[in-house]
Design a binder for this molecule. Structure first.
Ligand code: SF4
Length: 301
């Protein structure tokens, strides 16, 4: 299967068979709670960056939900019954996150230069074209994030239950692709300028996983390290330290060839129709390609 462009989601799925089913249009099209919540929360914080940090969090969440419904309708997706049943709780949770995002990051982001949100990015390597969108890209003019004055920062808003481990981020293909796209590819900074809007930065960015659920306060008493690395007892309702919200990756440029090798390997697997099953106890249960996927048993009625 030769794709015109390989998207980051085709490289980062833990199950390549799922990628195959998605490319073949073999999915139920159901938007699960996890997907829906992630889309609304991501759109809400994007609106905060677009409209300013004085945005009203309730209004912003409502607009984000409306935008998400439109996007899902265009994609032919329907909301799962769990989303329909729990929509008020989901909206309340996201509003709480948006309030905390504004409170905790206003000063930092207002000190940076916004390059864009949902920024198209692309890269060509070994005859394969890669394309994706970066959630948020800024230039840290005042070094408020601590990686150096003027450093480019690429943020990815995530709404997963688990925070990422550094072992995982050190090998994350989505992040490493973004890193190479900023360093060796091009970024669409001025959509109104058409093809002239593509910019080759040629700089090494810092990648940051911004874990949105960690903006919610602790729900129970917890002992964890604070931002100075000191074991601290947090009570129910206390804010979590920034270190549990921002998870960064600083790349070793000596490893660029290793990233390119991994990208090439996946691109060639897709080109040669190699899409192995990678079943997982949780992923298979919520997989929207499950009814179409190979099984080795007799279907249960
Ligand atoms: S059901 Fe499981 S093995 Fe099949 S595509 Fe989905 S995640 Fe992969």
């Amino acid at each position: 299967m030769r794709l015109a462009e390989i998207h980051s989601s085709e490289l980062t799925s833990s199950c390549l068979r799922k990628v195959y089913h998605r490319l073949a249009g073999e999915t139920t099209g159901e938007a699960t709670t996890a997907l829906y919540r992630g889309l609304v929360a991501g759109r809400a914080v994007e609106l905060v960056h677009q409209n300013g940090f004085d945005s009203d969090p309730v209004e912003t969440t409502i607009v984000a939900a409306a935008d998400t419904h439109k996007t899902l309708a265009v994609e032919g997706r329907i909301l799962s019954s769990a989303v329909e049943t729990n929509s008020q709780d989901i909206m309340a949770e996201i509003t709480q996150v948006v309030i905390a995002y504004i409170e905790r990051f206003r000063e930092m982001f207002e000190s940076c230069t916004l390059i864009g949100t949902e920024v198209p990015c692309r890269l060509t390597l070994d005859g394969f074209d890669y394309a994706s969108h970066i959630d948020l890209m800024v230039r840290d003019d005042q070094n408020v994030f601590g990686y150096g004055k003027g450093k480019l920062l690429v943020f990815d808003w995530k709404y997963r239950e688990q925070q990422p481990s550094y072992h995982y981020l050190a090998r994350n293909m989505q992040f490493s692709l973004y890193y190479l796209m900023v360093k060796k590819g091009s970024i669409m900074c001025e959509p109104s300028a058409g093809d002239m809007g593509w910019v080759e930065f040629g700089e090494e960015p810092i990648l940051i996983w911004l874990h949105l659920p960690s903006l919610k306060p602790y729900g129970r008493k917890v002992v964890s390290k604070n931002d100075r690395g000191v074991e601290t007892e947090y009570k129910r309702g206390d804010l979590r330290p920034i270190r549990s919200i921002l998870h960064s990756v600083e790349y070793n440029s000596d490893q660029d060839d290793a990233i390119e090798l991994e990208l090439r390997m996946r691109a060639k697997m897709i080109e040669n129709d190699i899409f192995p099953l990678n079943p997982d106890p949780v992923s298979c249960r919520i997989c929207d390609a499950e009814p179409f996927c190979t099984r080795f048993d007799l279907p249960q009625l």
